[in-house]
Design a protein around this ligand. Structure first.
Ligand code: SDX
Length: 428
């Protein structure tokens, strides 16, 4: 794959480093031999210029606002596919035939139940525990219940663990919500779709039948598709790094959930909706725009900006369209949707945002839809984690099958004290 060489001079050393090209996107300079040949490290906090791996799952062009899953554009998948089909595509590399999709869907459906003892696990939490804290704990505990799918050297066990994680996340998420509102857990209903089953477990009650609203089911399925995978983002990199040590898949996904919870990452959807509610009315937007631009104010416009997208996040476009559709079909008028659209218009005309190429990201509009469906803001990142589990699992499997894969162990630029001798207490 090496097509060219990058020439480099460092002190009295001159070296040539291979340049590798992918299918599309930036070339990479292969620096694996740099330290051995020069004794120097590269320095890249935040990994803004670093490719951590080779992957065939998702391609992002941040300048063009392009997002492809196994080559298929996200807007086409959101409009024409289903979350189960996208999950199959990410895991297997190709769109399934009808028979393959039915078999995959049936396999996932039959893994949706949780070990009954886990219901007791939930009861150890306070009722007001944040659902993300519950999800971190419960997913981390799964290896204690599904020990028969933790041997990562066994492809069959890796597949079973992958299916279990994708299948059980809706059940775990719904149970976290039910626990927080003091309602009984509902068991999965295998006659429903993946997304319909999740909606019933979340909003259904034993006292009456729950009828899945197709408008809500379609919007939720689209939201899951839009959150399925996103190249080597912080939480995916966390899953890969945890997996590189040979940790079991349940522990790796729990690590990814913990990382996703941060407000700079997946936690931004909850923070964005809380921000829109705090702004409240369009006339208060200029005050918050000014705060976002003020270097001395830590406030950031949540749901805006992205490490990779320096153009409109293609997922945000689909999300805004879906928000319009859902609110119209549900007959919901939510003033914060007007605030969101007005805020976007003002920000995209403001030099600060234009010059820094800050556009709405996937988290800017998702909360408007989730709120209209009836989710509390504390559930927003849980839903992100539910959907992203499919991407995390696909990336984890890809990493384990990668012949170049080894334990991730970055180095550092050391700026601490040079060696010095210990001073006994009596002499300090
Ligand atoms: C997700 O990586 C992924 O793909 C993530 C994700 C996925 O699907 O996995 O897409 C999901 O995490 C989306 C991002 C959600 N986060 C937010 O909406 C939080 C608000 N956004 C920012 O915190 C920020 O934009 C980040 C964290 C998303 C990106 O940060 P970067 O790439 O490190 O950029 P930066 O912080 O260096 O910002 C560049 C400049 C800075 O100004 P200067 O220091 O150059 O003067 O832009 C400013 C920042 O202060 N800036 C913002 C801003 N985002 C960046 N200023 C105001 N409001 C913002 N939202």
């Amino acid at each position: 794959m090496a097509e060219a060489q990058a020439k480099m001079a460092l002190g009295d050393k001159n070296l040539e480093l291979p340049v590798l090209s992918g299918t599309v996107g930036p070339d990479v300079i292969d620096i694996r031999k740099l330290y051995g040949q020069t004794g120097a490290f590269t320095y890249d906090p935040g990994f803004t210029s670093t490719a951590s791996c080779e992957s065939g799952l998702t391609y992002i062009d941040g300048d063009q606002g392009i997002l492809l899953h196994r080559g298929y554009p996200i807007d086409q998948l959101a409009e024409q596919s289903s979350f189960m089909e996208v999950a199959y595509l990410l895991l297997n590399g190709e769109l399934p035939t009808k028979a393959e999709l039915e078999k995959f869907d049936s396999t996932i459906t039959r893994h949706t139940m949780l070990h009954e003892q886990l219901a007791t696990f939930y009861r150890g939490f306070r009722r007001d525990a944040h659902p993300m804290a519950i999800m971190c704990g419960v997913v981390g505990a799964l290896s204690a219940f599904y020990h028969d799918s933790t041997d990562i050297t066994d492809p069959h066990q890796r597949m079973v663990a992958s299916h279990r994680l994708i299948a059980k996340m809706p059940t775990i998420a719904a149970m976290a919500y039910k626990y927080s509102v003091g309602q009984p857990f509902l068991y999965p209903d295998n006659s429903l779709s993946y997304t319909g089953n999740f909606l019933r477990m979340t909003f259904g009650v034993p006292a009456e039948d729950y009828v899945v609203d197709p408008v809500v089911e379609d919007a939720m399925d689209k939201i899951f598709i839009l959150h399925a995978d996103h190249e080597q983002n912080a939480s995916t990199s966390t899953v890969r790094l945890a997996g590189s040590s040979g940790a079991n898949p349940f522990a790796c996904i729990a690590a990814g959930i913990a990382c996703l919870w941060g407000p700079a990452h997946g936690g931004a959807n909850e923070a964005a909706l809380n921000m829109l509610r705090e702004i409240g009315t369009p006339d208060r937007i200029p005050e918050y725009i000014a705060r976002a631009k003020n270097k001395d104010d830590p406030f950031r416009l949540m749901g805006f900006g992205h490490r990779v997208y320096k153009n409109y996040d293609p997922r945000a476009k689909v999300m805004q369209k879906t928000a319009n559709e859902v609110l119209d079909k549900l007959g919901v008028t939510d003033p914060i949707f007007d605030v969101a659209r007005e805020l976007e218009q003002i920000a995209l005309r403001d030099d600060y945002f234009v010059s820094k190429k800050l556009y709405p990201n996937v988290d800017f509009y998702s909360g408007v839809i989730l709120s209209a469906i009836g989710f509390p803001t504390t559930m927003f990142t849980v839903l992100f984690a539910l959907a992203r589990t499919t991407g995390w699992v696909a990336q984890w499997n890809e990493m384990i099958s990668d012949p170049d894969q080894k334990i991730g162990r970055p180095r550092q630029l050391y700026t601490g004290p040079a060696q010095r001798d210990y001073v006994p207490l009596g002499k300090r």
